[in-house]
Design a binder for this molecule. Structure first.
Ligand SMILES: Cc1cc2nc3c(=O)[nH]c(=O)nc-3n(C[C@H](O)[C@H](O)[C@H](O)COP(=O)(O)OP(=O)(O)OC[C@H]3O[C@@H](n4cnc5c(N)ncnc54)[C@H](O)[C@@H]3O)c2cc1C
Length: 543
């Protein structure tokens, strides 16, 4: 991956994209796949913000049926299947369990109606490219089987449970990167650590952007026919920046959502339990651990200042302990906590839990900013579709035929795997020296490129050292430094690899990784010290 800089940038692009989360990445892929000349700028690392803060689900959103949002649910269910197809190493079916209790709001007949509707809206879920990705229909099971399958849930007044299927995105950070790589494959140019500081304007027309390259510490400008604001929770800040000098004041609402990671509590199912105030908390199995979340609370500060607070964690723990099984979860049981902000698009002023997760694509010419589009709201699941819809709007504005979307018909870059189980089996036969855990981790998270990592580790056996509980190896660190545009220790530990995403991996592993990074990045003592300090601040639980 070659990073765009002042020296390599062209004077003019068809489209400039601001923001390298899943939305910007999907727009870059969609636009470049239609032949547009595209440049994308991300002020931090790709996918480091909201796109890394999700529940890791690719889902229709059963609960949105309650709001009668049938079109939104259908669109999400279609995209769920598309992502299973085009990103087979990242997206997998996962069973959900909703336990039912006597005298509780979780009314069994309403639930069953919802499940039937969910099955109807995903009538084509069996037509996946890979047979292992087919999702079964829902079913209801009794109390004993529910307890046998997931022994940790409360059994008092338990009547049984409903089981249905959605999908899990095992690595949202790398899936976002995969979209970026797919865009690059079609000619897009991209740069992380490049902030849009201001806009180039002629009267009310946006002509381009001024970028601050934080790696080379320089500033440069570039023009484009159109600029797309894909900055999620920052979108109003970017709009207000573009509108400087005009009488504009954009404001979006933000809602905070956090998750905690604990030791393994649930076995195979994502368990959905209702809190006392009617929200659902999910207990999600992930990499031998459990993710619990999420919350949904209005956030009023600047998104740049956002971090997970102890207060938010304690509020979540209180809710969990009201509904969780016999054993209580304490602050000390938390291995890691992460959070993000949802930008919400509708006008509700009360709690944001029931707010829509639909997206909006705005042509900002109506705000006196011709040449700028902004995308707001949405879900990770629907980002590819959002990008296709955006291209339709751009084509209409330009009175040009930009062709049809094909991004739902081809594998993402490095993900051309027709049969995942066969792919993993082949890896096991080809690389008997590695554990099953390592084979699975590398095959799933690096797709077709995993061979290069195995090769690195075979050429230099020191790189076979296991650096996470689920079999990651040191060779990944070498691979990502050589191939994946990393500049900070945190890029390596939290986004390219999963070494840090289950919490602090222990001194031995951490020091091994840090030494390797120092050597390969050619950092001096002062630099590595700064990088380690930043990473340790992320691991540290808030006090
Ligand atoms: C708690 C939570 C759980 C969720 N769970 C799910 C889920 O399970 N499934 C699902 O489908 N969806 C889920 N979502 C929704 C999903 O995460 C979002 O829809 C999606 O990540 C939004 O991506 P984005 O690219 O628009 O925003 P972001 O990922 O926030 O990306 C915006 C980017 O813009 C960059 N930026 C900002 N200003 C500038 C600037 N001036 N110059 C350059 N770059 C800039 C930021 O650094 C950032 O990286 C969840 C959301 C939350 C908060």
């Amino acid at each position: 991956m070659e990073r765009l800089t002042k020296n390599t940038i062209d004077n003019h692009y068809d489209m400039i994209i601001i923001g390298g989360g899943i939305t910007g990445a999907s727009v870059a892929y969609e636009a470049s796949s239609r032949g547009l000349k595209v440049a994308l700028f991300e002020k931090g690392d790709f996918g480091e913000a909201t796109s890394a803060a999700t529940s890791k689900l690719i889902h229709g959103g059963l609960r949105y049926l309650k709001n009668m949002e049938f079109a939104l649910v259908r669109e999400s269910l279609t995209e769920r299947r598309t992502l299973e197809n085009i990103a087979p190493n990242f997206v997998y079916p996962i069973p959900f369990m909703i336990p039912t209790y006597k005298n509780l709001k979780n009314n069994k007949s309403v639930l069953t109606m919802g499940m039937v509707l969910y099955d109807i809206l995903s009538y084509d879920k069996a037509f996946t490219w890979d047979a292992s990705k087919k999702l079964p229909l829902h079913k209801n099971i009794g109390k004993n089987l529910t307890h046998n399958l997931e022994p940790f849930i409360k059994t008092q007044k338990l009547t049984g449970s409903s089981i249905f299927y959605d999908c899990q995105n095992i690595n949202p950070e790398r899936l976002t990167l995969s979209m970026i790589k797919s865009a690059i494959h079609h000619g897009a140019k991209v740069a992380n650590y490049s902030k849009i500081q201001s806009f180039i304007k002629e009267e009310n027309k946006i002509k381009g952007v001024n970028i601050h390259d934080q790696i080379n510490d320089n500033t440069y400008g570039v023009t484009a026919d159109i600029v797309i604001n894909c900055t999620g929770p920052w979108s109003d800040f970017v709009l207000n920046n573009a509108a400087k000098g005009h009488d504009n004041n954009h404001h979006i609402r933000r809602s905070e959502g956090i998750h905690i990671i604990t030791k393994k509590l649930c076995r195979e199912h994502t368990i959905s339990l209702m809190t006392e105030n009617g929200r659902h908390l999910l207990f999600i199995p992930w990499r031998g651990h459990t993710i619990i979340g999420t919350t949904d609370k209005t956030y009023k500060g600047n998104p740049d200042d956002y971090k997970v607070s102890k207060k938010s964690i304690m509020e979540l723990l209180e809710e969990i302990n009201q509904i969780y099984g016999e054993e209580k979860i304490s602050y000390d049981d938390i291995l890691f906590a992460y959070g993000g902000m949802r930008p919400l698009v509708d006008n509700q002023t009360e709690g944001s839990y029931s707010s829509s997760r639909k997206y909006e694509i705005n042509d900002n010419s109506k705000d006196g900013l011709d040449g700028l589009f902004s995308v707001e709201g949405g879900k990770y699941t629907t980002s590819r579709k959002l990008a296709a819809q955006l291209l339709k709007k751009v084509a209409k504005k330009w009175h040009r035929n930009l062709g049809k979307s094909t991004t739902d018909k081809v594998f993402l870059k490095d993900s051309a795997i027709k049969d995942m189980p066969a792919f993993i089996k082949d890896l096991e036969e080809k690389y008997p020296v590695f554990s099953k855990d390592t084979i699975h981790y590398l095959g799933n998270n690096y797709g077709e490129r995993c061979h290069e990592i195995f090769q690195l580790a075979m050429d230099e056996p020191e790189l076979q050292e296991v650096v996470s509980v689920d079999g990651e190896i040191l060779a990944e660190v070498v691979f990502v430094i050589e191939n994946e545009m990393v500049f900070k220790l945190s890029d390596i530990i939290f986004r390219r690899t999963g070494i840090g995403t289950l919490g602090y991996p222990g001194d031995k592993i951490f020091n091994t990784v840090v030494q390797k990074v120092k050597e390969l990045m050619k950092w001096n003592d002062a630099k590595i010290k700064t990088e380690v300090k930043q990473v340790m601040a992320i691991f540290k639980k808030p006090e």
